[in-house]
Ligand binder design. Structure first.
Ligand code: C5P
Length: 402
């Protein structure tokens, strides 16, 4: 995780039982070369002492907005400017509400308003508080404002409940914080990404297709270019502008996408199949428009080639990543596809959740590898694409030494 090397992380700690994990988080951030300064809310100091976090961070802990002594040492605006990233962990429901509403009643919220750096928060709270519509509305506001949401995880909670709201583990938060700076992580790597739906012609005016918008594949292409990769995007018919510095190949049918994908394999390190390829196509394409003579009609269909499986079994096989959009048993179906299609990674998402469905702007996924799973919480497709590429880069370099 070189992305954290020499980075200045302003760690905000708010009041919740998970505040004790901030101590370990400081260590994990430092392990990767980050310089950490800590800001604590008043409630956080009820759970862990400033002295502990001062000793670990090696810097004085900031607690007050209106403390002349602290302001003289490093004023709040200076502190806001110092940060390369403001990371709030744990972020309580109260803090999320105050951040969402632009409040500036204490040092941490003031810093969040004043800073030009990115903000990432790791929520931690009781599952009922997390699920409450007010928290969910605040969460959506923060997502819309490009605040990165790290977690929360699901599981047993300090209060005895089981559900979503546990803070992610320190190592995962550090990895996701690194993902916020991942530019350059794919320097010189060649990526090919398929995106969007395919169209399978029935006759000259009709076709079979699906609702894929192509947004996830296009967001991945944008993020990959930002990370230093050279990117070819094989796009089905979508209404999206070509991201800057991306080579785009437009296709219509699965057959065309298949041909275009195979033609790229001589110069491809990582292949991501984000397209929603039609599984079947009409056995015959009528040369003329079909007339409605009968009450019933039947279209015979034949299977389309599985593009990602063909890529992953090719002699010039790149690092191969597929998507598994599922409505039930998401992870077990994803694992099945990882194996059957001979992939390195599969990115599973639950399309039964309307917030992250086919056409939505947000997504939440789990990256499934042979021996690990990494969950990435709901975020805009752009933000999620950055986090995803960081996880992909780690797996890619683990297999292909840099
Ligand atoms: O089997 P399923 O369609 O659910 O698998 C989804 C993954 O396989 C996606 O990565 C998709 O792009 C890819 N795929 C493909 N060619 C097909 C069908 C799916 O590349 N014909």
């Amino acid at each position: 995780m070189q992305q954290l090397n020499n980075k200045q992380i302003l760690l905000g700690v708010t009041g919740g039982i998970a505040a004790y994990k901030a101590a370990e988080l400081i260590r994990r951030l430092q392990d990767h070369g980050a310089n950490v300064r800590v800001v604590m809310t008043k409630a956080a100091q009820e759970f862990i002492t400033p002295l502990t976090l001062q000793a670990l961070s090696g810097n004085p802990v900031h607690t007050d907005l209106l403390n002349p002594e602290a302001e003289a040492a490093m004023g709040h605006i200076e502190l806001a400017r110092w940060a390369d990233l403001v990371l709030v962990a744990p972020a309580s429901a109260d803090f999320m509400a105050r951040l969402a509403h632009g409040e500036a009643g204490d040092l941490l919220t003031t810093l969040c308003l004043a800073t030009h750096a990115g903000i990432a928060i790791a929520p931690a709270m009781n599952q009922g508080m997390w699920r409450d519509p007010s928290t969910q509305a605040n969460l959506q506001t923060l997502i819309d404002r490009q605040v990165a949401i790290l977690g929360p995880a699901e599981g047993s909670q300090a209060c005895g409940d089981i559900g979503p709201g546990r803070m992610l583990e320190a190592a995962d938060i550090a990895a996701l914080a690194a993902a916020q700076f991942q530019s350059g992580s794919l320097d010189g790597v060649k990526l090919v990404i398929t995106a969007g739906p395919t169209r399978e012609a029935i006759d000259p005016v009709r076709y079979i297709s699906n609702h894929s918008s192509g947004k996830m594949g296009f967001a991945l292409a944008t993020a990959a270019v930002e990370a230093g990769a050279s990117v070819t995007l094989i796009a089905g018919p979508v209404a999206l502008a070509t991201p800057e510095r991306v080579t785009r190949i437009n296709v219509e049918s699965a057959d065309q996408m298949h041909q275009a994908a195979l033609a790229e394999l001589g110069h491809c390190d990582i292949f991501i199949g984000a397209a929603a390829v039609a599984d079947y196509r009409p056995a015959n394409i009528a040369e003329q428009k079909i007339k409605k003579n009968d009450d019933n009609m039947t279209i015979a269909l034949v299977r389309n080639p599985d593009i990602i499986a063909a890529v992953a079994s090719h002699p010039q096989r790149p690092f191969a990543i597929g998507f598994a959009a599922e409505t039930q048993d998401v992870l077990s179906y994803a694992r099945g596809k990882l194996k059957n299609k001979n992939l390195d990674l599969i990115i599973a998402n639950d399309v039964s959740d309307s917030r992250i469905g086919f056409n939505s702007d947000d997504n939440a996924v789990t990256v499934v590898a042979e021996t690990s799973e990494t969950a990435i919480a709901i975020a805009s497709k752009q933000q999620l694409a950055r986090q995803l590429l960081a996880v992909i880069a780690e797996h890619y370099y683990a297999k292909n030494v840099k």
